[in-house]
Ligand binder design. Structure first.
Ligand code: IPD
Ligand code: CA
Length: 315
């Protein structure tokens, strides 16, 4: 992780570490970062005991950013939003939250590239630099309609592999986090997928696509896969935030999830949660995830049955 270790400019992480050490010496329990005030032990207690300073920074940032979104939830009119494309909205809070996150990322990780969904502060650093993926509000349609189920998510990729990620539900104050090889956590508790393939008793999440969203398989195959779920499982859920739905697979609240046309912003951090929780994330055909964004996450036992459902005629 050279880009993390080699940063020599004054880095808020160093400030935080020094401040934390001094706070511990003085018996205080809080740390100040520029623009942030957090209780370090409170954030750390919500992560793996071995969480790196980098993960602590992602976590404190996403929790702080979540306050703004939570406080701004209300039904919005279409005229109050930007339509990036038909049925693809951006509220003023998507931009505000991304700005909060970007500012903190720039201070903490000055040598990293940034790819935020709303393009507020995107930048390309050295080609070998880690990349920070940001979705300031995953579930913008829910948020814009005043539905209290949405999340903010940040992931860090090194050489194309997600190595750290957080997904935060500000309405429930639920913080999901993972680092590669370090397990997945929800508010400080280790989470694992529930390995259940008793088809009648599984609950599966799935995206209900907007026109043109399904590309990995013919639309009819996708709809048949949904019908197959309705006919055979305990229930299908369309929750409206892919990041939270995939995080729910990691925590066993869902047994599986699939949706087409997602981006790394949506699924990067949550996919790491699933693999760290012992589950499987693949493309619809069971192979490696590609840039197409067809994502199928499941507990290990159920995953093959979900792949079969998306094979169409052959399934
Ligand atoms: C969306 C949400 C939604 C999913 C869409 C995504 P956004 O992300 O994850 O659940 O159905 O496909 O685009 O636009 O709210 O960040
Ligand atoms: Ca978004």
């Amino acid at each position: 992780m050279p880009f993390y270790r080699d940063v020599t400019v004054e880095n808020p992480l160093d400030v935080m570490k020094a401040s934390r050490a001094s706070a511990m010496r003085s018996g205080r329990n809080s740390v100040s970062l520029p623009g942030f005030r957090m209780t370090s032990s409170a954030i750390s207690a919500r992560l793996s005991p071995s969480a790196s300073p980098r993960l602590i920074t992602l976590a404190s940032t996403v929790v702080k950013a979540g306050e703004t979104a939570r406080a701004s939830l209300k039904r919005r009119r279409v005229t109050e939003m930007v339509s990036k494309a038909p049925r693809d909205y951006q509220t003023e809070i998507d931009v505000t939250v991304e700005r909060i996150i970007v500012d903190q990322m720039v201070q903490a990780f000055p040598a990293y590239s940034i790819k935020g969904e709303e393009d507020v502060g995107n930048r390309v650093a050295d080609e070998n630099a880690p990349v920070i993926y940001i979705d300031p509000i995953d579930g913008t349609t829910n948020f814009a309609w005043g539905i209290p189920h949405f999340g903010m998510t940040i992931a860090i990729a090194e050489a194309g592999t997600i190595v750290a990620g957080v997904v935060y539900d500000p309405m429930l104050d639920e913080l999901f986090s993972a680092e590669l090889g370090g397990g997945a956590y929800l508010n400080g508790e280790r989470i694992v997928c529930v390995h259940n393939a008793d088809i009648e008793n599984v609950v599966v999440g799935a995206g209900l696509p907007v026109p043109g969203q399904v590309k990995a398989v013919p639309e009819a195959v996708y709809f048949d896969a949904l019908k197959r779920l309705m006919a055979n499982t305990a229930g299908v859920r369309r929750l409206g935030s892919a990041a939270l739905s995939i995080a729910y697979v990691a925590s066993g609240r869902l047994d599986g999830f699939f949706e087409d046309g997602l981006s790394m912003h949506d699924y990067g951090a949550a996919a790491l949660l699933v693999t760290e929780a012992g589950g499987r994330v693949s493309a619809f055909n069971g192979g490696p995830v590609t840039a197409n964004g067809d994502i199928l996450a499941g507990n290990m036992s159920l995953h093959p049955w979900l792949v079969e459902g998306l094979e169409g005629e052959r399934g």
